[in-house]
Design a protein. Structure first.
Length: 489
């Protein structure tokens, strides 16, 4: 079934994109969405469109201003032909494709560049002045800045695990994706890992682009040596201080995002909170600055890999090794909580491990200062931020209600992933994942992972309780139980 998404009203009116079933499109104003719409009335992650062979469903993701179908605010709804969906100032249709003539007069049949927003025509695509990827198109200027096909979400070069989608037989899915586990090392240390470079899976740059993903050779006093990773907001580089000759990691925000106050505010908040946190197992941030309109901050260079990448390369974690690592994770988060900081995005890709078994928790970009009496928050609107597969139920329902219990839940979900090879509530479709987090218990670890001590499983399952009051009272208590289990393994 050939389908198309057509924006009929709003700044991006005329955008028309062919889509195929099955497919899901995350819509919002965040640069990491599948379809980014620069509309101030949209939440960062506003709604999700799920297209299957039999139906098209739209799911509102707890957006501040709501998702409307034919003028009625909805939570979740199966769309019929010609139903109009309104998000912010934009209206769109998802319908069966009828050819180019179905677009309204003056419509741009190709769309707008996701990187910078300029119009892209079919002729641009045919003449290789632009490329199409999924529901997005990119102009050649953005491609030259470092948006290469092998770095885009969902690309062939970016292998992605698809274990345990929401629903279905989790145990069967787990058996299909199992790969040999890393062997138990001598002395309890994690085995040596080849090429220990901090880089997100699937975002490895080509040789031609390794030095210059965002067109940079120097940022402030730092000389760029090598790109370590790239995401929706920017890139991380290995760099050398011009005067001190010390090595650091530099996080740089993308130029096209520097003009968006909310993104800059979140970026600088990460730097401010990071500077205030001084713990062995938290990636240390040194300073921040602005150079020729580019915002950046420097942090310690840590030669490690994230948990997702380790699992992808070496298999699920043995319980004894994960227990040693998890105690470090819990200790770091307990320290952050003692300083009044909640991470809010604890997940495998934000936890780094080096060859000696040292843990560093990174990316406090969504963190906030927490006060029981209530504090001014960057997300005072209550819109949802973070990675859905590892979110707590209360974080899904209202971001303003998050507390240290949120990080306890997310750490438990991360440990489950490390043992089982997939998130406890599935990976996709996102609508099913949300339903599982809110209403369904995850499969027992003993059914989907080998050799997990019952005491370890009990600790993890307690951290995943739906009600925050049924989890550990604080991260320190979580750590104490992990230590108790480790002593008996």
């Amino acid at each position: 079934m050939k389908m198309e998404l057509l924006i009929t009203k709003g700044q991006n009116s005329g955008f028309r994109q062919a889509i195929t079933a099955p497919q899901r499109i995350l819509i919002g104003r965040d640069a990491t969405c599948d379809l980014t719409i620069t509309d101030p009335l949209l939440s960062r992650q506003h709604c999700l469109v799920e297209i299957t062979q039999n139906a098209v469903k739209i799911i509102d993701l707890k957006s501040r201003n709501g998702t409307f179908v034919n003028g009625r605010r909805i939570v979740e709804m199966v769309l019929s032909a010609q139903d109009e969906v309104k998000v912010g100032r934009h209206t769109f249709l998802v319908r069966q494709q009828t050819g180019a003539s179905s677009a309204p007069e003056g419509a741009n049949p190709a769309g707008f560049c996701k990187g910078c927003g300029v119009p892209v025509t079919d002729q641009d695509l045919q003449n290789m002045r632009a490329i199409r990827y999924g529901v997005n198109v990119y102009c050649y200027q953005c491609i030259e800045k470092g948006i290469e096909p092998d770095q885009l979400p969902g690309s062939v070069g970016a292998e992605r695990r698809r274990p345990a989608p929401g629903g279905g037989n989790f145990a069967e899915t787990a058996s299909e994706i199992r790969i040999p586990s890393i062997g138990a090392p001598q002395g309890g240390a994690i085995p040596s890992m080849p090429n220990p470079v901090t880089r997100r899976p699937g975002n490895q740059p080509s040789q031609a682009n390794k030095q210059n993903a965002l067109g940079l050779t120097k940022v402030g006093p730092y000389e760029i040596l090598q790109i370590l990773g790239e995401g929706g907001m920017g890139a991380v580089y290995k760099a050398r201080h011009s005067f001190l000759e010390t090595i650091a990691a530099i996080k740089v925000i993308k130029e096209e995002l520097s003009s968006q106050p909310d993104i800059v505010k979140r970026f600088l908040q990460e730097a401010k909170l990071g500077v205030a946190l001084d713990h062995t197992n938290i990636l240390r941030i040194f300073d921040a600055g602005e150079h020729d309109g580019t915002y950046f901050f420097s942090m310690e260079f840590f030669a490690g890999k994230d948990v997702s990448q380790i699992l992808k390369e070496q298999g699920t974690f043995p319980s004894d090794i994960l227990l040693s690592l998890s105690i470090q994770m819990a200790d770091a988060l307990a320290y952050a909580h003692s300083k009044g900081v909640i991470h809010r995005d604890v997940k495998p890709s934000n936890i780094l491990v080096d060859g000696s078994g040292m843990v560093k928790i990174a990316d406090f970009g969504l963190a906030k200062a927490w006060q029981k009496a209530g504090a001014h928050q960057l997300t005072a609107s209550g819109q949802m931020l973070g990675t859905i597969q590892y979110m707590s139920p209360e974080q899904l329902e209202d971001a303003r209600t998050v507390s240290p219990a949120t990080d306890i839940f997310s750490l438990g979900a991360t440990l489950y992933f490390a043992l089982a090879g997939f998130p406890p509530f599935g990976e996709e479709p996102l609508g099913k994942v949300i339903e599982n987090i809110l209403h369904n218990d995850p499969p027992a670890l003993r059914e989907v992972a080998e050799g997990v001590p019952p005491e370890f499983e009990e600790v993890i399952m307690k951290s995943l309780a739906k009600k925050a009051s049924l989890r550990y009272p604080d991260m320190g208590s979580f750590k104490q139980d992990l230590m108790r289990v480790a002593e008996n393994v």
